[in-house]
Design a protein around this ligand. Structure first.
Ligand SMILES: Nc1ncnc2c1ncn2[C@@H]1O[C@H](COP(=O)(O)OP(=O)(O)OP(=O)(O)O)[C@@H](O)[C@H]1O
Length: 228
């Protein structure tokens, strides 16, 4: 059986709160297998974004280890961590975070060109992803000219542009009306399933969570199965 593509062990994370510390994660562990889609459902403030930021190497834990594709990331140089983040991980946020002055297509080309891909190749892949996500006809439009659902589909395309092995999504449909959320989630799920990506998706939407392979929550600073 294949080992996990993402593994968190013994994770501790607290933030300063007045004179003391607010503990968010305490000896937390989580692992994600290649191709697995997992929902993270927990109340506001429970630490979902914190867990995703740690898993995506955007923040470092106070203690514990994050291992991605078999590489323990704690003691890596900043450059090595950045390379793993660029090559192995895709992020989707609640708000699209697309660069406003660039077109949809350019937003997807940029991360590819940062990793050294030739513009023509990056453009071709951007076009394929936009077509797959049914926003190909909006390729030359800037984010402000797109609907919320279109913006999120472009953000999803950007997240997978470098063919990462892990997709981390923080309420990717949280800003959309229920119908659009359903369409965008359908597109996200199809892309993840088709590409064999592993995905950890924080959501407040229990209906969407139920479609994933597993649902976890945060309890007492630990990641535990959701018993909903
Ligand atoms: N940089 C920070 N400094 C201090 N406190 C923080 C910081 N980041 C997060 N927190 C606190 O940690 C707790 C968990 O935050 P987090 O954003 O991970 O929760 P969440 O489950 O994603 O919430 P939501 O569903 O509202 O997005 C919150 O109480 C938050 O205020």
């Amino acid at each position: 059986m294949a080992g996990p593509i993402l593994e968190l062990k013994g994770i501790e994370r607290s933030y300063r709160e007045g004179e003391g510390r607010l503990t968010i994660l305490k000896d937390a562990a989580f692992s994600l297998k290649p191709g697995e889609m997992v929902a993270l459902v927990a109340p506001s403030g429970a630490g979902k974004s914190t867990l995703l930021h740690l898993a995506g190497l955007l923040e470092a834990p106070d203690a514990g280890e994050v291992t991605i594709a078999g590489r323990a990331c704690g003691r890596l140089s900043d450059d090595a961590r950045t390379a793993i983040r660029r090559n192995e991980i895709g992020f989707v946020y609640q708000f699209h975070h697309l660069l406003p002055e660039f077109s949809a297509e350019e937003n997807i080309m940029i991360p590819q060109m940062i990793t050294g891909m030739a513009p023509a190749e990056a453009k071709q892949r951007a076009g394929q992803l936009l077509d797959y996500l049914r926003v190909g006809h909006r390729a030359s439009h800037r984010p402000a000219e797109l609907s919320g659902g279109e913006q999120q589909r472009v953000a999803i395309a950007r997240a997978v542009a470098n063919a990462p092995r892990v997709l981390l999504a923080d309420e990717p449909t949280g800003n959309l009306d229920p119908r659009t959320a359903g369409y965008v989630f359908d597109a996200l799920e199809a892309l993840v399933r088709q590409s064999g990506l592993a995905a950890l998706i924080a959501t407040h939407n229990h209906e969407l969570a139920a479609r994933m392979d597993r649902v976890v929550t945060l309890d007492g600073g630990k990641v535990v199965p959701w018993k909903g």
